[in-house]
Design a protein around this ligand. Sequence first.
Ligand SMILES: [Zn+2]
Length: 404
Amino acid sequence: MRAYERLIRYARVHTTSSDRTGTHPSTARQFDLARLLVEEMKQLGIADARVDEHCYVYGTLPATPGCEDKPALGLIAHMDTAPSASGENVQPQVVEYTGGDIPLPAGGKVLSPRQFPVMDTLVGHTLVTTDGTTLLGGDDKAGIADILTAIEHIQTEQLPHGKLCIGFTPDEEIGEGADLFDVEGFGADFAYTVDGGAAGEIEYQNFNAASAKLEITGFSVHPGSAKNLLVNALTVATQLHGLLPASEAPEHTEGTEGFYMLEEISGTPARAHMEYILRDHDAAKFARRKETMRRAADFLNARWGEGTVQLTITDSYYNMEEKILPHFHLVENARAATLAAGAQPVTVPVRGGTDGARLSFMGLPCPNLGTGDFNCHGECEFVSAQQMDQVVQILLNIIELYSK
Ligand SMILES: [Zn+2]
């Protein structure tokens, strides 16, 4: 079976996660795909395939004779789809792409190379699109399909390999995919998440991330007699925002430039609440951003009275680069495997986080690989069947490199 055919089966299973339920998994429907995958893994000869109570799917292929001393390699993808678009009743369309616009059958949307220039590089490919009313869920069911298709090749062609550990997680899209991942039970020395975009993407740098919450307490008096008395929490909030560099916002930054982003602001003269996210690839600059935030709060407390501004900064995740550099063979082998599969390795610092970043700090170094999926999280999502084939070959090449 080709990887895109597997994807089409998985895409029909509704697995949208939710950041509102607070349960693990966040939505019970993710078990529907988990059970289907356990069944399929068993058919592929992964005898210990299982799903745990929190909807994490694990399974291992023991090393083939002669490869017992080779490193244990993990391959990880996620089962949930983003809550930002509907993932219910997904109707994948298979299109033999000859160029130009692709009309999506429902909803009146069109996939156009004018909007998505990457389509020009995919003429002659078999594309799988949505029907225009849902996302496709190639993020990250394409990753699951790539991994299990590679396993199928290994089994039917009896390819030699070290111990292989397969993991499929729930709730990646709400930032919780790594939370209950059993790194020890997984049993891998290192792993790859297969959760990127185009075939050939290799990602091992991501943001350092923190959130900052501010509670601002004003002193409310009648405006007619407010002179030298009123402390307007809303004014203090705007002053705080004014103390941050205006150019260091997401809408003005790219590449490895970090930012502050105001995500929430609400209040009255008596009380205001603000929430920021802070991002930077560079650890020292990340620390300076947090310091800038603290100094702004200190300044306003000195100006308006101690306790006016209460600041809480919480780290969210860190740049995995420091955990990957000591195992840089992960990147070098991925590059060699990509070139050998006829694809171009592309490494771009991720302006976000990955589950692999969290896993890297949990003791499982874990760069991220492309899947063959494009425009994730919306109705314009599609995959290239040929790029998915290429990802399967990249995975097989990586497995071969680690069995030598
Ligand atoms: Zn993903």
